[in-house]
Ligand binder design. Structure first.
Ligand SMILES: Nc1ncnc2c1ncn2[C@@H]1O[C@H](COP(=O)(O)OP(=O)(O)O)[C@@H](O)[C@H]1O
Ligand SMILES: [Mg+2]
Length: 209
């Protein structure tokens, strides 16, 4: 029976996902866990190409094309990387996953949530995170932290980000056993401790049964 774990990091731009994902990844490696970290979109040749298209496109892509491009990249990541790694017992860390699509394309862009769910389900083929960290910061705080990057998505206004943020919080409310909402406005070190405590519980649960 495969005992890999899938842990995802979610939140609006600048919420601190990548910072915490990297810290956790390094700690797990230090403790000799079989562990991998990927960012979405990416992690496969197609995914990296989709990343370039989505983040550097000078002309606005239609919202459905955007939904399908993110999902095409995810389908490849699931098929080529996540499934085999979970099979071998790896702890897979993902910097963004399906909740990003629900929050950005669903709640942010306004695509029908049932359609978003169907596309997410098609891309993931039933794979669900064991644990999701939602780093919650205000849209203003997120954008302020993030203003050294200037790609297409991050130039969207505060109003859009606030919609995305509320979308994330709605997702978390609907799945409290999976999604841990973390106040991302706190110090990096405090957040690291909170993340580690939850991960330890998840990994301990795994060895006991
Ligand atoms: N808890 C924190 N408090 C203050 N600044 C932070 C915190 N976490 C991350 N940062 C800084 O905010 C910026 C965005 O963090 P990052 O982890 O890249 O966010 P995300 O991946 O969610 O966009 C980076 O410059 C990072 O160093
Ligand atoms: Mg990031």
């Amino acid at each position: 029976m495969p005992n890999g774990k899938l842990i995802t990091f979610e939140g609006i731009d600048g919420s601190g996902k990548s910072t915490q994902a990297k810290i956790l990844y390094e700690r797990l490696l230090e403790e000799h866990h079989d562990c991998e970290l990927f960012r979405e979109p990416g992690g496969t040749p197609l995914g990296e190409q989709v990343r370039v298209i989505l983040l550097n496109q000078p002309e606005k892509i239609g919202i459905i094309a955007e939904l399908l491009l993110f999902s095409a990249a995810r389908a490849e990541l699931v098929r080529l990387v996540i499934e085999p790694m979970l099979e071998r017992g790896c702890i897979v860390l993902l910097d963004r996953f399906t909740d990003s699509t629900t929050a950005y394309q669903g709640y942010g862009r306004g695509i029908d949530l049932e359609l978003v769910k169907s596309v997410n389900d098609a891309a993931t083929q039933g794979i669900k995170p064991d644990l999701t960290f939602l780093f919650d910061v205000t849209a203003e705080d997120g954008l302020r932290r993030h203003d050294r990057h200037h790609d297409r998505i991050e130039q969207e206004g505060v109003q859009f980000m606030e919609k995305v943020r509320q979308g994330y919080l709605t997702v978390a409310k609907g799945d409290p056993a999976r999604v841990v909402v973390v106040d991302g406005g706190r110090e990096v070190e405090d957040l690291t401790i909170e993340v580690w405590n939850k991960v330890e519980v998840l990994l301990t649960r795994n060895t006991l049964f």
